[in-house]
Design a protein around this ligand. Sequence first.
Ligand code: GLN
Length: 629
Amino acid sequence: MADAEPSVTVAAAGGAGLAGALAAAPLQDYLEQLHAALAPIADGALADYIPELTRADPAWFGIALATVDGHVYQAGDSRLPFTVQSISKAIAYGLALEDRGLDAVLAKIGVEPTGEAFNSISLEPGTGRPLNPMINAGAIATTALVRDDETPALERLLATFARYAGRAMDIDEAVFASERETGHRNRAIAHLLRGYGILECSPEVATDLYFRQCSIRVTARDLALMGACIANGGVNPVTGVVALRRRYVDKVLSVMSSCGMYDYSGGWVFNVGMPAKSGVGGGIMAVLPGQFGLGVFSPLLDAKGNSVRGIKACERISQDFGLHMFNVARATSATVLRRSYDCRRVRSRRERSAAERAVLAQQGGCVRVYELQGELVFGSAESVELTMLADLAHAQALVIDMKRVVAVGAAAARLLLRLAERVGDSGKRLYFTGTMHLYGFRRLLQKAGGAGSAEWLRFDDTDRAIETCEQQIVDVAGVAAATVDGDDLHAHYLCAGLADADLAAVRAAGSERRYPPGAPVLAVGDAAQSFFFVLSGEAEAWLLADTGVARADRRLRLTTLGPGTVFGEIGILDREQRTANVSAVTALTCLEVPFDALDAGIRERMLANMARHFAGMLRENAELVGHLA
Ligand code: GLN
């Protein structure tokens, strides 16, 4: 008990004070006040059937809460070690499921609550199968299923606990010895299980391992983190390590919620509404799926073997914050649809001629873009899909940007697949962008969609997808970029109003440059001494995205430049350094003109053209911002 943390002493808050404090105080203050309010409760008794447990101090009381973001709040004796006892049953059950698979485990242990005490001999008539893994009979059978090969089962159990708690774990040898000496009832249960063939090993080996598992030392803080792993889909929110494979998380939670508090399980779900597991050491680990894990420790137990202050603390936290697991927020399109727009107003970063812009302003409504965010689950995917289907009546192409989606549930993935198929059947197009991190979703589309799926996943970059959709509109309208003759300097905005003789002077001052596809033209930091008219081909201005994440393509496209466009001209204003990279996309021909080679009259004219051009861009941007806000 050396690393015990002093109890937080805060003036005891009455019931009303506590509720009042909720609005103003952060969670830390709340837990400290709750601790102070419940500490005086002295009901209950220490477990005495394991003699060593009577050495506990009835005053010990710790609370800890760990969120799925990895924040831990704690009050009181939250770092005081005690034996995990029956809470280990939930952890061992998860490990047995991983080791043997669902069917093999179900063949030996059922999932029905007993309504009886934890040490009841509740075996299925005929088969001898323990009714559930949270009573001792089922837990002994579960522990015996933990693989015991290259790595001994005990080591595997300890390593599993370490993954949950994020630290190495050990056993309280005194408690272990004490239980081994006195655990005759558990031994009797193990022999019965052996008689029925549920146990395949010797009953002594099984109970020994089970007693050791029950004697693993934990703290309330550990229990909170362990619960947070389960709340977080099996992943430890602090270390990122997988503590429990995702596919078994709902199985472990199920038995916790139906059987975790022994013969108080029904009342517990009713009053607290969080899957939980308690132990006679005085611990309770509760889980609010998707949100947090809660660990409470106080060794005074009620008649059913549950911690008295532990139950009270969980009840209060649940009631004060309305945390019952069935209080589920509506998951609708409002939460996952970040924004949606069409290409009349928001266009790709490709530079467009006035004619092209006019066509897009008129017809861009048939390309619709949806930016989704957060976790797509059945409800939210369904409602956002209804929106998309309604839009589809007028749209030709849908771009669904999923870069901010953190996870796609199986049901949501299937709904999106159906949507993609529907859109395909109607001869329209659909692209999912930003899906690189959504492996499962991509795999589903690739498997189910056959050849079509390559098209659905063709672009990772939303801007590219939008550009492709725009291009189709422009092509159909017959205002191809070919209407711009880059070679005719009149076509470049910078030269508007220049006399023919001036144009000839500009041309004479410049030199024609040719670049193969991909070749660099300008790099960030280069001295800015000239500007470029694009005569033919295509160039791209770009920056390296500083995402902090290693990505294959960190290039962020600023704009694509075609014939009739100019780049590098801002240098006329400040003559400093290039602020973007430019490279050729296709074979590119430019006229590079040094600023100093132009006479003052021409430069002045060009400056006026730039001022007008940028004013127009500012105005367009202001409209855009208004539109997006
Ligand atoms: N080791 C204890 C036993 O088997 C665990 C019981 C419990 O925590 N409820 O009796």
